[in-house]
Ligand binder design. Structure first.
Ligand code: 13P
Length: 340
């Protein structure tokens, strides 16, 4: 195992107050988002949208790595330049989503297990040769009546750890993503409890599978109530609950925590990340960073709507969100930035 490469790659992803851009939506997820805006659900539309993202001027100033999907890592711009070259020229390191999706967990109604371990060693080898230096695997945890179960949490943590060990063997930094969903009406306290339990399981399994903590990135949810919960926290309350949870569960050896956005509005995701850094940056052992998909892309997608004429305006919106989140890492984000 190339320990130094893993440590350097992981550290560089969270250096200079930058973060990750998740643009690894599977084809069905991407098509679903396109359908909502009346954009054709074709390979060409997906390619054109990804071209818009990777060619955004100045993106590399705030983004250190982009998580791609298998289709995207093989695609090119209209003029025939591979996306990998465009990203490399912008100083953005490519990563790759390697799980094959969350399926129903047998014997566990309402719970999911993420698949993709079979053949993973060979796929990782190919992605490394193509230039990817990190990977992502997302476990999905739903809060509901009597769920998640202990066995559901264990199964997902075990799969994450097997994936992470294989990544490190192949020279790729694993981005370990156990996502507790925001769907439902559960309280902030319930999310805190479930996220704590999920992360405890994850780090037990990572240790069992001998994963080098210095050579990984954790991608958790923020600790938030369900979207349908009537009692929503202030920005500072959400920041406090999230960091409290992480301080209890994430070893200091982990270099970076890069949050998913999970369906929060783009502005709230930036504001909450900002509050965490204002309140905890000086004493948190790990970088508090971002690995957003929707909270960076959604405004740009809504401007683009599949129209060539909207590309520049969409790129401006994308760059703006990336900059807002970099400012949030510095604790310098404020609502006035949204009016510039
Ligand atoms: P969101 O930021 O849209 O939640 O996506 C992050 C991600 O990569 C989910 O796997």
């Amino acid at each position: 195992m190339n320990t130094q490469l893993l440590i350097d790659t992981a550290r560089a992803r969270v250096a200079d107050d930058k973060g990750l851009l998740a643009m690894d939506e599977s084809n069905p997820t991407c098509n679903k988002r396109f359908a909502k805006l009346g954009i054709p659900q074709t390979e060409e539309a997906r390619r054109a949208y990804r071209e818009l993202i990777v060619t955004t001027p100045g993106l590399g100033e705030s983004i250190s790595g982009a998580i791609l999907y298998d289709e995207t890592i093989r695609q090119q711009t209209k003029d025939g330049t591979s996306f990998l070259k465009v990203l490399g020229d912008a100083g953005i390191i490519p990563g790759i989503k390697v799980d094959t999706g969350a399926k129903d967990l047998a014997g566990h109604p309402g719970e999911k297990i993420t698949e993709g371990l079979d053949g993973l060693r060979d796929r990782l080898k190919e992605y490394f040769q193509m230039g990817a230096r990190f990977a992502k695997w997302r476990a999905v945890i739903t809060i509901g009546d009597g769920i998640p179960s202990r066995s559901g949490l264990e199964a997902n943590a075990h799969a994450l750890a097997r994936y992470a060990a294989l990544c490190q063997e192949a020279g790729l930094v694993p981005v370990v993503e156990p996502e507790v969903l925001m769907d439902g009406d559960h309280t902030l306290e319930r999310c805190l409890k479930v996220t704590e339990e999920a992360l405890r399981n994850v780090f037990i399994q990572l240790n069992c599978q001998r994963v080098l903590l210095e050579g990984m990135i954790l991608k958790p949810n923020m600790v938030l109530p369900g979207l349908d919960c009537p009692d929503q926290p202030t920005v500072d309350e959400a920041a406090d609950a999230t960091v409290q949870c992480l301080l209890r569960t994430v070893p200091a050896a982990v270099p970076g925590i890069a949050f998913l956005s999970g369906g929060q509005s783009a502005e709230l995701a930036s504001a909450r990340l900002n509050a965490m850094n204002v309140r905890f940056k000086s004493r948190a052992p790990w970088a508090l960073a971002f690995s957003f998909a929707r909270a960076i892309q959604q405004p740009a997608l809504e401007i683009w709507r599949g129209e060539e004429a909207n590309v520049q305006a969409a790129q401006k919106a994308l760059r703006h969100r990336a900059r807002c989140n970099q400012a949030a890492r510095r604790g310098e984000y404020n609502a006035a930035m949204e009016r510039t």
